[in-house]
Design a protein around this ligand. Sequence first.
Ligand code: AMP
Length: 288
Amino acid sequence: MPLDTKSYEIPVARSAADLREAVAAWRAEGLSVALVPTMGALHEGHLSLVDLARKNADRTIVSIFVNPTQFAPNEDFSAYPRTEAADAAKLEGKADLIFAPNAEDMYPEGFSTTISLTGVSEPLEGTFRPTHFAGVATVVAKLILRAMPDIAIFGEKDWQQLMVIRRMVADLDIPTKILGGPIVREPDGLALSSRNVYLSPEERKAAGQLNVILRETAASVANGAPISEATAKGGKRILALGFEKLDYLEVRDAASLAPFPNDRPTAPARILVAAKIGKTRLIDNMPV
Ligand code: AMP
């Protein structure tokens, strides 16, 4: 398949071969390359990562792939927003190439390999989405091996994912530098997410309070409150907002995501939350 240069202003590679050809041409010119993996439905959070890519490399690839293997059967894979044309328009003047493979190209018949991590991938999201990080690690490894970028950029919005990818890249000696980009938020502090489009106006209002409770809980831990007390109180407040299920509200070691044995942080810490409102599951995190 030739590089698609007709559909949008930005060329689109749909196969590994096309992607590699484009990257090889840049390499021949001595240019450095950044990759920003996404599932599309792009918003300012994604675009901030693209800006970071442009600051750190000569050429920027944005991959758009709604990866089936990171969704469990009961999750929103089919409903997940797919807006390729709008995404391409948002990337104009920012990205140099879109990589948008289809599922058959990424996972041809007979595909049998999974990369799964112990440790950092096990708690929190790992408890509630047990197959999620294996899907993420495998697809990110494939995207990196296809593009062979100098750097790959991920958002701190998915903090545990960022830690999982850093671990995988270190463990597998993948020579790509991983950069994290700060969380982009709405004016009321709600972390931008492609899933925010699912929220009803009432849910959207409650969702805007999640970051406030997160910040206040982090502050009370930073001021000396025991973690278990502060998170129990914060959890009750989240449920009182109208969230029907709190998967977790935890203060953990920022890098390993292990709990602190003495109920107080003894190393750089992060507060992380996942909670469901209506049919939407939201996650957020911040430093303590
Ligand atoms: P997704 O399309 O949801 O897989 O996200 C693609 C990348 O964008 C991931 O590295 C996310 O962490 C990152 N991202 C998503 N939302 C935000 C946000 N609000 N701020 C910064 N990065 C984000």
